[in-house]
Design a protein around this ligand. Structure first.
Ligand code: PMP
Length: 389
């Protein structure tokens, strides 16, 4: 399906503004629970990094701190089964900059891009700058429907990039099956198309083991993996990373240098100190325990208070639940109702997360940032609002 140039009804700024009102229970933001930031350990890490070397205040290489790249390469080998060395890693200012740089490398006006339908709003905002033709690939409970993607790749050689969030997808929470991961890597090789595998929620697997990354099946260098410390440590670090073939890293490093010269060394070295002196895995386990509990509370409240025609996903990790409404309902219009003083609750409506605002009957709920009591109260209010439409 091709994109229209229709403007999204609700953009990120509108949603953030609604969530700023303290009276509103916000299920809209993908913001981690601030009570879980490891502030003491991070403060110690910053102090240590500063006391070790005045160089933390200096400009440094655009590719990023070598020790941090090495630590990330090691982590990727262990967790993502990606055979990466430090030279295959680029440090970025969050995953968002990684998306921006990759878009700059691959896209040009009028080219094609295949995206999951729905997909991450912040990525659409980047891609929109290039006015591409969007090919929206539907999702089912096993992630992007790869046979539909294959059809589009065959029909549209102008597709230059496939964007996917394979683990606990933003906004639906769905994960791509193992078979489809392999198939996607094969398609990328066959059609010589880059895959942007965006996986900031991967580490937040509540139960069971992580599936191998798509990148781990990449034989030709077409898969570019990105992730970030935003969801597992703190978004204020603004530190993400790209894992890719050396030539891709070379191009992206040039673009990064042109954009911001380098990421702050002080942050990178502090993260190195944090990773050396603390167990990130232990911290992630605490996050998982907390977030899983909140997800359970939200799903329970949805069962109790939502009309039975509202269908919610039940992901095994990440930040989000997706609620599908009957087709005739517009979640954007409903949002205008739900933020009124009688309900005061907000979420991300479907129109914000489909390229070209092509679908309206669904919304994303984030459970991680609210207390269990607030979750129940907010869902109760939203349930009442839904029952009155
Ligand atoms: N990708 C996805 C799928 C996201 O959900 C987000 C943040 N919401 C990002 C990338 C960017 O996050 P950051 O720049 O903080 O790493």
């Amino acid at each position: 399906m091709q994109k229209t140039t229709e403007k999204k009804d609700t953009d990120l700024n509108d949603i953030m503004t609604m969530a700023d009102n303290p009276e509103v229970i916000a299920f809209s933001g993908g913001l981690p629970d601030p009570a879980l930031f490891p502030e003491k350990a991070l403060a110690q890490a910053y102090q240590k990094a500063i006391s070790q070397d005045r160089g933390v205040f200096q400009y440094h290489s655009a590719q990023g701190n070598l020790q941090l790249r090495q630590q990330l390469a090691n982590r990727c080998q262990k967790d993502g089964q990606i055979n990466a060395q430090a030279e295959n890693v680029l440090i970025t200012q969050g995953g968002q900059q990684a998306i921006t740089l990759i878009a700059e490398m691959v896209l040009s006006k009028g080219c094609g891009i295949a995206v999951e339908s729905p997909t991450y709003l912040g990525a659409l905002n980047v891609f929109d700058q290039y006015q591409p033709n969007y090919y929206q690939i539907p999702l089912d409970e096993n992630g992007m429907e790869i046979d539909k993607l294959a059809e589009q790749l065959e029909l549209h050689p102008e597709i230059k990039l496939i964007y996917t969030v394979p683990d606990f997808q933003n906004p639906t929470g769905t994960s791509m099956s193992l078979t489809r991961r392999k198939q996607l890597a094969d398609l990328a090789a066959k059609y010589q198309v880059y895959v942007l595998e965006d996986s900031p929620y991967r580490d937040l697997t509540y139960t069971g083991s992580q599936l191998p990354t798509i990148k781990s099946f990449d034989q030709t260098g077409h898969v570019i993996f990105i992730s970030s410390f935003s969801k597992i440590l703190s978004p204020a670090l603004r530190t993400g990373w790209v894992i890719a073939a050396s030539d891709v890293i070379g191009k992206l490093t040039e673009l990064k240098a042109a954009s911001d010269l380098c990421s702050p060394e002080i942050t990178q070295r502090s993260i190195c100190c944090y990773l050396t002196d603390n167990s990130l895995d232990q911290h992630i386990a605490q996050l998982c325990q907390n977030y899983q509990k909140k997800q359970k509370v939200m799903l329970g409240a949805i069962k109790d208070y939502f009309p039975s025609w509202a269908k919610a996903t039940s992901p095994k990790g990440g930040f989000f639940i997706w609620v599908e409404l009957p087709e005739k309902l517009d979640a954007g219009k409903l949002l205008i109702e739900s933020v009124l003083p009688k309900y005061q609750v907000c979420y991300v409506p479907a129109s914000a997360v489909y390229a070209g605002a092509s679908k309206k009957n669904g919304f994303r709920l984030s459970y991680v940032g609210n207390s269990p009591d607030k979750i129940v109260e907010g869902i109760k209010r939203l349930g009442t609002c839904l029952k009155h439409v």
